[in-house]
Design a protein around this ligand. Structure first.
Ligand code: URA
Length: 237
């Protein structure tokens, strides 16, 4: 049974061989064959389950899935190539496997960031339909009231026509000039938590992601480790 088709360049990156832009160069230079024939068109459609893809005469098979947990420190961008030459999260993880980040954290956000070499798993974790929860610890400037919490739970407009709500939201501690919150969301819109707080008139001073699904961050800042199969399952629990 033929399955879903994707571009040859995407297939090489999905199979963990290299990035999509590098794959396009390999394809154009004639190093890649599909079912025994050289294909020089990066957008050529292939089925990774059915088609036999080779690069430099080496058959590409699906690599073993690797998932890495990183405790992202502040001051690192979630990209592999930053045009402003800032430090990137890729400097903190091994570079012998072609890893994609799973979602992103802002430059000043700390906490749990996942990487994987499996493009399908990456899509599964980030897809809003899968409703995988992300837990954030927020330090908001000023007083956050129960009224604000109810608004966040009912839904707030973060840009014109875009309404999002927290799955869970609670005040952990109130101080004179700041409030500590725990908030759970399942989408991953750009700067979502900060925009949700802004929609109720509060700015975020600190933001930390502590969990994805039931997988909790348990590493010191800047450290990484591979997840076991059981731990990968916790993401979907
Ligand atoms: N929401 C944000 O506002 N920023 C992040 O980094 C993650 C979620």
């Amino acid at each position: 049974m033929p399955g879903e088709t994707i571009s040859l360049a995407r297939a090489l990156s999905k199979l963990g061989y290299c990035s999509r832009s590098r794959a396009a160069l390999y394809v154009k230079s004639g190093r890649v064959t599909v079912n025994g024939k050289i294909v020089k068109v990066p957008s050529w459609r292939v089925d990774v389950e059915q088609d036999e893809i080779e690069i430099d005469n080496r058959h590409l098979t699906k690599p073993t899935t690797v998932v890495i947990m990183l405790h992202k420190p502040r001051g690192y961008v979630t990209t592999s190539d930053d045009e402003l030459s800032r430090k990137t999260v890729y400097e903190l993880v091994p570079n012998d496997i072609h890893l994609f980040t799973v979602g992103r954290l802002d430059l000043d956000t700390t906490g749990l960031l996942l990487f994987t070499n499996n493009g399908e798993l990456q899509d599964k974790i980030t897809s809003p339909e899968k409703k995988i929860s992300k837990t954030y610890l927020v330090t908001a400037i000023g007083k956050v009231t129960q009224d604000h919490i109810e608004k966040l739970l009912r839904g707030v407009e973060i840009s014109e026509g875009v309404v999002v709500k927290a799955d869970e939201c609670e005040i952990m501690k109130s101080e004179f000039s700041k409030t500590h919150l725990r908030i759970k969301i399942h989408e991953g819109k750009n700067r979502q938590v900060k925009r949700m707080l802004a929609a109720v008139g509060r700015n975020v001073a600190e933001l930390h992601r502590s969990a994805i699904g039931k997988l909790e961050l348990d590493l010191p800042e800047g450290a990484w480790r591979k997840l076991s199969d059981d731990e990968i399952k916790l993401i979907f629990d």
